[in-house]
Ligand binder design. Structure first.
Ligand code: ADP
Ligand code: ZN
Length: 222
């Protein structure tokens, strides 16, 4: 997999990392790796890692590097990684960034590009607090900004069951923003130092952000 692109999306909760990563999957055939989704799956499955992560996630804090890295390494050993990956929500700490570099280096790879989705914190509280998703296909919706065309039915797959994350409430979002600024935002300078950083304005409509991101990704993952 040594020529496969490795893209990182950086940005606070609500910046649109998950939404954009799903679009990049469609547009470029890359595979989205969301450590948040993996951790929620572990919580739902009641694994040992999931049991340890649950209360930390509900408090809006970061799960330990040890747990996150174990889950991510398992996933990265799967054959579909050869298509190239978009990391969404990882790395989130210095230790995770260093571990990722080591993991990639063992394969003759390195980070192709890290894109920082730049937004205003205050707007993130509103974005995150109203969001929910289709229970079948994962399509994202929002109480104010994006309701399904037909109430109660997913636009994308016709599903009728929706889910909300336990941590998507205003109080927990503020904790998650704090964790982001303290532990994750320093990674912007880390990738800038490696010459792989791009910044995009992610306050605009989803389609505009998609376009800005596509033009960056198109240069490295045509
Ligand atoms: P968001 O970016 O909106 O906060 P995520 O789904 O990426 O949503 O993460 C949800 C929660 O899962 C985080 O608040 C944190 O507790 C945990 N988590 C996800 N990814 C990581 C990671 N790489 N390191 C530590 N904790 C993580
Ligand atoms: Zn759906």
């Amino acid at each position: 997999m040594s020529n496969a692109p490795v893209l990182i999306l950086l940005g606070p909760p609500g910046a649109g990392k998950g939404t954009q990563a799903r679009m990049l999957e469609e547009d470029f055939g890359l595979v989205q790796l969301s450590t948040g989704d993996m951790l929620r799956a572990a919580v739902a499955a009641g694994t040992e890692a999931g049991r340890r992560a649950k209360s930390v996630m509900e408090a809006g804090q970061l799960v330990s590097d040890e747990i996150v890295l174990a889950i991510l390494k398992d996933r990265m050993a799967q054959p579909d990684m050869a298509r190239g990956i978009i990391l969404d929500g990882f790395p989130r700490t210095d230790g995770q960034a260093a571990a990722l570099d080591a993991l990639l280096a063992a394969n003759g790879q390195k980070v192709t590009a890290a894109v920082s989705l730049e937004v205003d914190d205050e707007a993130m509280v509103g974005r995150v607090s109203g969001r929910y998703a289709c229970g079948s296909c994962g399509e994202g919706y929002h109480d104010q900004f994006k309701q399904p065309a037909h109430a109660g039915t997913c636009d994308k797959c016709g599903g009728a069951a929706f889910k909300r994350r336990a941590d998507d409430n205003a109080e927990t979002v503020r904790e998650r923003l704090k964790a982001y600024h303290a532990q994750t935002a320093p990674l912007i300078a880390y990738y800038e130092g490696k010459g792989v950083l791009a910044r995009i304005d992610a306050m605009g409509p989803i389609a505009e952000v998609r376009q800005a991101l596509s033009s960056i990704v198109g240069q490295v993952a045509a």
